[in-house]
Design a protein around this ligand. Structure first.
Ligand code: ADP
Ligand code: MG
Length: 702
């Protein structure tokens, strides 16, 4: 019984009862004593220090002041609407205290000459500060010691507040709960680990996180809880990886044969970069091991992932298997189909394309050729994972994920073979290391961290709209040198006519500025018919037009090495990774390329930071890190769906050190004791079972 006390329904806590329990469940998902115990304050108010009124600044969330209260006044004509008083400190400064209710009770409470401790949020009116509804307490030795700690603030909701469960109310519940359950809080980290890392016990930590003894003990408590949270996620992911590798048989690609060699020696027009070679070797080792490969291939735009994917598919084919490549959109699938077909031209391989718009008759042929094995490579959208698509012997799946995590998850449905095919997921946008560690923690990761040689780094400039003529002049110069130019407009929502108007207005002013017959301008946006869009894109690709005015549809769809300028209009409206992706459309040839970010003068501080980041670096990983810091990890790569980032206390962005440590420790432990069978690790396997009961299946992708 005693250890089960933590599972007691919350309504049995003194002061809760059925109605409040209902609210606690609905509003903040607290069902049991244990849930309440792990409902951590989201911040703390430091009451360890007293401020002088003169020190107050506008950005202080709270201040605590000692002083005398005088000049109590009631305001209002018929009814009292507010009460004010003057708080003066020992330096002779004063500020106003204001109450909008509760006057009757308060009015006679203050004794002139008595010293009080006043606590609240300062607001500025002109040059004076005031505090509305301050907490006021008489200075006494007890008050001072009691005040001298960090006070927890819990998140609450309007409904909870109306039932006395505001932050203080929740703290009261915890002060009832903790003495009852304290002795039944079992340790969840092995002692050797706690000692090595000098972490307090779980019991000490929970007590201190709710009722800090000092700011130091609070910091230690929080560090321990953060470590624990991240550690168990990593342990879970790494266990999963171990199990997957141990259990899942993989096709063995014994030979590197005729197709790979033919391509390498006769078709590849350039030398692979060191990074590309290394990654191919990693894949090669993996596909020889007899274990199924689940690998994430990270590399910046233009780093040459496609070649790596193609050569990987050729290895599969050389070993008698089929391969497929899945892209997130039709545009991208088309582009892959075209570029792979042209790279494979002259080789005796059959490649085809399957998307939502593939005709029925064609579809039937593809299905047939897949089953009889005559089709070697199938490229497509997630039309590929429909039940009707059956391969004779699929050996390699490449997923060009283009930061759509959902695709990878859906690929779990891949049960096309007795033995699962190897899986390579390519991500176009670099993912910050810490995020990758968590989101893809159970995958193997390969990184192409080197661009093909001879690329000149793209130069990025920020220009205000008022300098537009200068920008036009620059475009003209580049076009005279035979180059082509993109001008991109943000379309936040393709259905918004206002946005389209921006695009059309922009198009018209550019046509005016760059008239026929010297210039030709293309326009492309998502509302166009695919055929028209394609026609316009082809004109630009063939060099028949010099300027491409477009929305972000070109972000993924186009590769024109002759284009050397990317002008991004209203650049402040784009996210960092989008800007980086757009910039990646230029710099694909041998010429110096430029990216020009146009904005008006007014920029939010985040927007300014984004622009500055773009101007200062071409490093996709650095940009991804900054992006994550600005937006928070939850907004990146559709990570919301993953569930892995629902952290209670740790933060992927702020607790990078702890995360790395947690991963390292989890790796070390599993290295020594993969099944967690050692007596000292019993607590780990037990806690894992508890924590992961019925929860996330992580990012297992096949
Ligand atoms: P990613 O998919 O990583 O953005 P791609 O595979 O599309 O990059 O490659 C970008 C361009 O660089 C392509 O035109 C490709 O042919 C070229 N490329 C790839 N690898 C090399 C290399 N080692 N040397 C020279 N050019 C390369
Ligand atoms: Mg690519």
């Amino acid at each position: 019984m005693p250890s089960d006390i933590l599972k007691t329904p919350i309504e049995f806590l003194k002061g809760v009862g059925p109605q409040k329990a209902e609210l606690l469940k609905k509003e903040v998902q607290l069902f049991t004593f244990e849930d309440l115990l792990h409902f951590y304050p989201f911040r703390y108010i430091d009451k360890s220090r007293f401020y002088k009124i003169r020190e107050i600044t506008e950005d202080m969330p709270y201040v605590q002041i000692r002083g005398a209260i005088s000049n109590i006044q009631l305001h209002g004509q018929k009814r009292t609407t507010r009460m004010t008083a003057l708080l003066s400190d020992d330096q002779g400064s004063s500020l106003e205290l204001i109450w909008f209710n509760g006057f009757k009770f308060l009015k006679n409470l203050f004794v002139p000459g008595q010293e009080y401790i006043v606590f609240g949020k300062p607001t500025r009116f002109g040059r004076k500060y005031s505090i509305a509804h301050p907490e006021v307490e008489v200075v006494s030795p007890a008050a001072i010691t009691q005040q001298s700690t960090m006070h927890p603030v819990y998140s609450s909701t309007e409904k909870l507040k109306s039932r006395t469960l505001d932050s203080k109310g929740i703290s009261r519940l915890l002060s009832t709960l903790l003495p009852q359950v304290k002795n039944y809080i079992n340790e969840t980290l092995p002692e050797y680990l706690r000692e090595e890392l000098k972490l307090p016990t779980l019991r000490q930590s929970l007590v201190n996180v709710h009722f800090p003894e000092s700011s130091q003990s609070l910091a230690r408590a929080r560090a321990r809880l953060k470590f624990e949270e991240l550690f168990y996620i990593q342990l879970g992911l790494l266990r999963l990886k171990h199990v997957r590798i141990a259990e899942s048989r993989g096709q063995i690609f014994k030979t590197v044969g005729e197709h790979f060699n033919e391509f390498y020696h006769q078709h590849l027009s350039f030398e692979l970069t060191g990074a590309q070679k290394r990654v191919i070797k990693e894949i090669r080792t993996n596909t020889l091991s007899g274990k199924q490969m689940n690998r994430l291939l990270q590399g910046d735009v233009g780093s040459g992932k496609t070649i790596v994917a193609l050569m990987t598919m050729l290895i599969a084919i050389d070993n008698g298997f089929q391969a497929c490549l899945m892209a997130p959109t039709e545009v991208l699938a088309n582009q892959h189909f075209e570029s792979l077909s042209s790279m494979l031209k002259g080789m005796h391989l059959k490649t085809d394309l399957l998307t939502g718009s593939t005709r029925k008759a064609k579809r039937r042929i593809i299905h047939q050729e897949l089953i009889d094995g005559s089709l070697n490579i199938l490229i497509g959208t997630h039309a590929l994972i429909e039940d009707t698509v059956i391969f004779k012997n699929l050996g390699m799946v490449v997923i060009d994920e283009q930061h759509r995590f959902g695709v990878a998850q859906r690929a779990r449905l891949w049960k096309k073979n007795q033995i699962s095919p190897h899986v390579l997921v390519m991500t176009a946008t670099p993912i910050p290391r810490t995020l990758a560690m968590t989101l893809y923690g159970d995958l193997d990761i390969s990184v192409i961290d080197e661009l093909p040689p001879g690329r000149k780094p793209i130069k990025t400039l920020h220009q205000y709209d008022s300098n537009r003529l200068k920008v036009f002049g620059f475009m003209r110069e580049q076009i005279q040198q035979g180059r082509q130019v993109y001008v991109v407009y943000p379309i936040i929502n393709e259905s918004e006519t206002l946005d389209l108007k921006d695009l059309h207005d922009g198009y018209e002013s550019i046509v005016r500025e760059f008239p026929l017959p010297d210039y030709a301008v293309s326009i492309v946006h998502g509302k166009m018919k695919p055929a028209d869009k394609d026609y316009e894109m082809q004109r630009f690709v063939k060099g028949e037009t010099q300027i491409m005015v477009a929305t972000t549809v070109i972000e993924v769809g186009i590769n024109v090495p002759n284009a050397s300028v990317m002008v991004i209009e209203s650049a402040q409206r784009f996210g960092l990774s989008q800007l980086h992706q757009l910039r990646g459309r230029v710099g694909r040839g041998a010429d110096q390329s430029w990216c020009i970010l146009m904005t008006d003068f007014k920029l939010s501080s985040d927007a300014r930071k984004r622009i500055e980041t773009m101007v200062s670096t071409n490093d996709g990983f650095l940009i991804a890190e900054t992006d994550m810091k600005l937006r928070g990890p939850g907004d990146i790569h559709g990570t919301q769906q993953s569930g892995l980032l629902d952290l209670k206390i740790a933060s992927i962005t702020k607790d990078e050190k702890i995360l790395k440590y947690a991963r390292k420790k989890a790796e070390e432990i599993l290295e020594k004791d993969p099944e967690l069978r050692l007596p000292e690790n019993q607590v780990l396997s037990h806690t894992m079972q508890q924590k992961h009961k019925g929860s996330i299946t992580w990012s297992k992708i096949s």
